[in-house]
Design a protein around this ligand. Structure first.
Ligand code: NDP
Ligand code: OXD
Length: 321
């Protein structure tokens, strides 16, 4: 009996998301399984048992009557959750060491950049100003991570190792050695009041949309050694109220921000974020999903599933992540 096909549905790719590269990698790891890069006019939709997707158009997955599992080629599933026609089969997201390590690099880089006053020092170099400010030790800085999941927990451990006072905030209660753990709406204010650098690694859900807004920023440590608190958002653009961020940078409620994600991507040319002196921005590449690592992960999951074992990292559709 022939194996069900794996369909690849990849949209919105940039240079690091070449669909053909994904197809080549999947062909290598899927043995004799038919791997189809869509669109493919010759494909019988009934043949497809698995779909590996990035930003499919809403309704696209409903075309496969015999679908068994959907694999999202990334960690965040907000785009899929918005598809009301998404087939009711298990949806598996990415949680692999390769992606986690990349995100931890981004978080460590940006926390250190703000802690070590890189914006001020680069500006000093530009104007030939030899005038260092006092440099606080890492132990004076409270870093607060919103989202203590796969990515947040790893970043927290590395920041702790660098000497920062690290706290995390999640939906459910947690105990992590050396990290001050807060959870739920009732503990959010306590978490914010000890935070100088706020790192957002939350998923975008109805509960978290626009959670990064002025009223939250005003609850961050107002006596921060950094002068004013800093925001780093690598979760999703929908988590942030962008007008509030710009207004809070302008009036000093926030000292600086690092943003990897935006409400509209690519960021429009007219956005003030491009040129604001207190903004460090990156084009949603904090943690790229690597075709080698992720194709292996998907192939392993399919092998587990076909051997009768439980799939890993299945999204809870009622929570939305
Ligand atoms: P996980 O699902 O492992 O972790 C999510 C964390 O957020 C959990 O700790 C969860 O709490 C917490 N959380 C969710 N909802 C709430 C809420 N309402 N209140 C408080 N805490 C909440 O996800 P990952 O760590 O793997 O990824 C996080 C996000 O990072 C992804 O959803 C994606 O949007 C983004 N991402 C961005 C990338 C980039 O390049 N910019 C790359 C990869 C991911 P609990 O533990 O209690 O469930
Ligand atoms: C992801 C992403 O969710 O790259 O994995 O944004």
């Amino acid at each position: 009996m022939s194996k069900g096909a794996l369909a690849l549905l990849i949209h919105g790719g940039t240079d690091n998301w070449s669909p053909q590269r994904w197809k080549t990698r999947f062909d290598e790891v899927c043995g004799d399984r038919h791997v189809v890069l869509l669109p493919d006019a010759g494909l019988d939709p009934a043949e497809v048992h698995y779909a590996a997707v990035w930003k499919p158009v809403p309704g696209e997955l409903a075309a496969f009557p015999n679908l068994r599992v959907i694999f999202n080629l990334g960690a965040g599933v907000d785009a899929l959750m918005a598809d009301t026609t998404l087939p009711a089969v298990p949806l598996v997201r990415v949680a692999v060491d390769d992606l986690t390590a990349r995100m931890t690099e981004y978080v460590a880089l940006h926390v250190l950049m703000h802690h070590r006053q890189e914006l001020y020092l680069r500006d000093s170099q530009r104007v030939k100003r030899w005038a260092p400010h006092y440099q606080w030790p890492a132990s004076a800085i409270g870093v607060g991570i919103m989202g203590l999941g796969t990515l947040g927990a790893d970043a927290a451990a590395v920041l702790k190792r660098l000497g920062f006072r690290v706290a995390g905030w999640s939906r459910s209660a947690k105990r992590i050695d050396g990290i001050d753990c807060f959870h739920g709406a009732e503990q959010l204010d306590g978490f914010l009041s000890r935070t100088d650098i706020l790192v957002s690694l939350l998923p975008l859900t109805p509960d978290t949309r626009h959670i990064l807004n002025r009223s939250l920023f005003e609850k961050l440590n107002r006596a921060s050694p950094l002068g004013a608190p800093v925001l780093i958002n690598a979760g999703r653009g929908g988590l942030q109220n962008e007008d509030d961020i710009l207004a809070c940078l302008d009036d000093g409620t926030l000292g600086a921000v690092s943003l990897d994600v935006f409400a509209q991507e690519p960021l429009p040319a007219g956005s003030r974020f491009w040129t604001h002196p207190k903004v460090v921005l990156t084009p949603h590449n904090a943690a790229d999903t690597d075709a080698d690592a992720i194709s292996r992960y998907v192939a392993e999951q399919i092998a587990r599933f076909e051997a009768g074992n439980a799939l890993q990292n299945v999204v809870d559709r009622t929570r939305g992540y």
